[in-house]
Design a protein around this ligand. Structure first.
Ligand code: HEC
Ligand code: HEC
Length: 404
């Protein structure tokens, strides 16, 4: 365990240093032979600190949230070999030793998962003990593959991150955009594995061909970056898989789905941020048809995406606005399935779950699943028909813009 980190760090340095060194980076990149007596470490901005200064060994185990009290039962019951239900499993005491509450719960026979009481929050949740060895493995891989963008401390401000738009995620915030688990929830390990394996199209977040084991280790490490009482250390947080939007109700009627999707898209006002893809007169017709009241006039630049002030994402307190995509023009990030095909299900899941930090709300619960599916089909149709097809797109735009 002692020799290996050194090797990895050298490799990581070789990956990061060439091409990125600027005169000011000399010391950070380790080129400064310097006189030992004169040498003192200058205060460097986070992005110019080179990995050779990092100790990859994690010394402490971490207790990380597996699931909240209410939803853990289902998981535990599915695995009776491992979990048994115990009445009065946990009886937290106050300072004088008096029992203040009694919680029934599941005991993990392997001893890794535990129902834990947080005296500050006066609440319980299930936490898993992740060993320091495993976190060290995760950290090694993290430094090697992820830190150049996501930062040595996971703050989203790595050496290569400075000019990336969208910016890489700050892992201490515990907020994710494309894991499709709902804007309020934390993603399950599997949701994160899927995302990292697929990458995010149109961004420098590539699909990573690490093994499942490596990925799971890196993910434990990323989760362990949560500050005390937040993210995966927060008893109130909820860990979820992708939103459940049920079985595809449109398998035998794709055209019907696209037609319904167009109606729902323009009825609920996706065009307040994304472009509208029908004329204002048609929007009025749609809204009236759905029992609403037609507005009669819409924003003048309806065929362009619009940044709204709350579409802000922060990295180190710096706010970056992300343009909502025009589906006929921009690529979308997370629209493909595991086979790489553009997928109505994946798009519908994004719409159902919302995009945390982008202003795009969660639609699951505020419209029927069938309509969420229809939108998935409609957006896929827009991409397939117009994206990368300049002539078809120009014809649509000229129709919508009245020849302009
Ligand atoms: C070359 C730069 C780069 C590297 C290297 C990189 N990422 Fe990213 N990553 C990004 C960017 C940029 C984003 C944000 C993309 C966006 O918001 O559209 C991102 C986003 C993410 C997200 C958040 C997705 C979400 O739902 O918000 C996760 C998780 C992630 N990266 C994990 C990793 C892991 C794990 C590694 C190493 C195996 C890694 N990244 C390596 C650039 C990088
Ligand atoms: C308040 C503004 C807002 C509204 C309303 C909104 N979106 Fe978005 N949407 C965004 C932003 C911003 C992004 C880009 C997020 C990013 O890439 O970081 C986005 C991204 C998306 C994406 C791309 C996801 C990906 O994989 O890259 C889809 C699909 C989408 N929106 C569909 C919809 C649909 C359908 C509706 C209406 C039901 C809707 N949006 C309403 C702001 C909005």
């Amino acid at each position: 365990m002692t020799a290996r980190p050194l090797l990895l760090v050298t490799a990581a340095l070789a990956l990061v240093a060439p091409g990125f060194a600027t005169p000011g980076d000399e010391t950070a990149a380790g080129h400064d032979a310097g006189n030992a007596a004169e040498h003192s470490e200058p205060e460097l901005p986070p992005h110019s600190r080179a990995p050779h200064q990092v100790d990859v060994t994690v010394h402490d185990d971490a207790w990380l949230l597996v699931n909240d009290y209410d939803t853990f039962g289902e998981l535990a019951e599915a695995d009776p070999e491992r979990f048994e239900f115990v009445e009065g499993l946990l009886e937290p005491k106050d300072e004088s030793g008096e029992v203040i509450d009694t919680y029934d719960g599941y005991r993990d026979k392997t001893g890794r998962v535990e129902l834990r009481y947080d005296p500050e929050a006066e609440d319980v949740a299930y936490f898993e003990r992740v060993s320091a060895e495993r976190l060290t493995r995760g950290h090694e891989n993290y430094i090697q593959y992820c830190a150049s963008c996501h930062g040595l401390e996971g703050d989203g401000y790595g050496r290569s991150a400075q000019h990336l738009r969208p910016p890489p995620r700050d892992f201490r915030v515990g907020k994710f955009k494309f894991t499709k688990v709902g804007v309020e929830n934390l993603p399950s390990d599997q949701a994160l594995v899927d995302l990292v394996k697929k990458g995010l199209d149109g961004t420098p977040m590539y699909p990573w061909a690490l093994t499942e084991g490596q990925l799971l280790d890196v993910i434990q490490y990323i989760k362990s970056l949560s500050p005390p009482e937040s993210g995966w250390r927060d008893v109130y947080a909820v860990v979820k898989g992708p939103v459940d939007i049920g079985e595809d109700p449109w398998t035998n009627d794709v055209q019907g789905a696209v037609a319904r999707g167009e109606i729902v898209y323009h009825n609920v006002g996706c065009f307040n941020c994304h472009p509208g893809y029908v004329t204002p007169a048609r929007i009025d017709e749609i809204v009236t048809g759905e029992g609403g009241i037609a507005k009669g006039s819409y924003r003048e630049d309806l065929t362009l995406p619009k940044i709204v002030p709350n579409t802000m994402y922060q990295v180190q307190g710096y706010k970056t606005s992300i343009l909502p995509p025009d589906f006929t023009w921009h690529s979308i990030r997370a629209g493909r399935d595991r086979q790489g095909n553009l997928s109505a299900l994946e798009i519908a899941r994004t719409v159902g779950s919302g995009i945390a930090g982008s202003g795009m709300p969660q639609w699951k619960g505020s419209m029927p699943d069938k309509d969420i599916w229809a939108i998935g089909y409609y957006v896929r149709h827009l991409i397939e028909t117009y994206h990368g097809k300049p002539q078809a797109r120009a014809a649509l735009m000229s129709e919508l813009r009245g020849g302009n």
